[in-house]
Write a protein that binds this ligand. Structure first.
Ligand code: AVJ
Length: 324
């Protein structure tokens, strides 16, 4: 068994977190980066979210991975030779595990390289996956996508299949998403592939409900970032003075989350002081939705060729295979 973990140092990560938070809260309008949602508590709240009634994307993609495993495996098989399967933002790898198990059963020679910003996640995967999937070659990489992708390139000599699931691509505004996928393409060679999970446009009510659940899990998920800032950056946010607000625009496909200051207040973060007016908002997250045509356009603009599209039974979600 080949198991390893590579981690950026905690100091460097905290320094980056601090400067990103201060930059974001000193800009107009104020913003925070949703990639910072995922500390240990954030991971837990996201798990709750995935199990709640309104949040559909995970279940849709799980349906694709559990019921169309053979089709997925065939779509990424290439010439049948060995390859490295790199996953950006692996999370609990619940969906990927279906594919990993199938590939192992078929005797395919591959190494699974999960990349995640959460060190919890990577430790967990390195420990548990080899137990539940005997024979799995795994190298967990803890850090930012492109830093760790470069690490993966240093470790890999074989054809690469990159998985980017869960509509994580939707957490960037479209132009940035295209830039990101282009950059990804530059790290790949002809014959390499991208298996990308994308949330599709659907009833606006269905989308909005997923980001505005009745139980308030999404609200807690957003507020948790303020608590993380308190804990890790020595700040004093009072989460009772912030409310969560979500919008969905069916025209653009942009679903956005905000935290709104319910009163005029001052927050201290390290040596910095941030003032909020009453009703001033922090832009927290975008979760972009696409038509199928828009995703194909995006693939072409980023120099990929779409080769296969798989859907759940409601056609709410798509996993597409794009050739580099
Ligand atoms: C994990 C980024 C795909 O945008 O749907 C869920 C995160 N935010 N509810 C998404 C999230 C609010 C989720 N992704």
């Amino acid at each position: 068994m080949n198991t390893a973990t590579l981690t950026e140092t905690t100091d460097a990560k905290t320094a980056q977190f601090y400067s990103d938070v201060i930059d974001g809260l000193k800009s107009t309008p104020k913003r925070l980066q949703s990639k910072y949602f995922y500390d240990a508590n954030g991971d837990k709240i996201f798990q709750e979210l995935m199990n709640c009634e309104e949040y559909y994307p995970t279940n849709c993609e799980l349906e694709i991975f559990s019921k169309k495993t053979a089709e997925l495996a065939a779509a990424i098989a290439g010439d049948g030779g060995p390859f490295d399967l790199i996953e950006l933002g692996a999370g609990d790898a619940m969906k990927s595990a279906y594919l990993l198990r199938y590939l192992l059963e078929q005797g395919v020679d591959f190494t699974y390289m999960p990349i995640d910003i959460s060190d919890n996640v990577i430790c967990y995967l390195n420990e548990t996956l080899p137990q539940t999937l005997p024979g799995l070659q795994i190298i967990g990489l803890n850090g930012e996508y492109f830093n760790m992708l470069e690490e993966a390139e240093r470790l890999s000599t074989r054809r690469k299949v990159v998985m980017f699931l869960g509509s994580n691509v939707g957490n960037m505004p479209v132009p940035e998403a295209i830039g990101f996928i282009k950059e990804l393409n530059r790290h790949l060679s002809p014959g390499d592939m991208l298996l990308i999970g994308i949330d599709l446009k659907k009833s606006p009510k269905t989308v909005l409900a997923a980001y505005n659940d009745k139980e308030g899990i999404t609200k807690r998920f957003n507020l948790n970032l303020l608590l993380r800032i308190n804990k890790e950056l020595n700040a004093n946010f009072n989460v009772e003075h912030f409310d969560h607000y979500a919008t969905y625009d069916p025209e653009t496909g942009a679903c956005k989350s905000y935290l709104v200051s319910t009163e005029a207040q001052t927050v201290h973060i390290g040596n910095e002081v941030i003032r909020f007016e009453k009703d001033e908002y922090i832009f927290m997250e975008i979760s972009q939705k696409f038509t199928i045509a828009e995703t194909e356009q995006m693939a072409l603009e980023a120099n990929f060729t779409p080769v296969r599209e798989l859907f759940d039974s409601k056609k709410w979600f798509m996993d597409a295979v794009w050739l580099a």
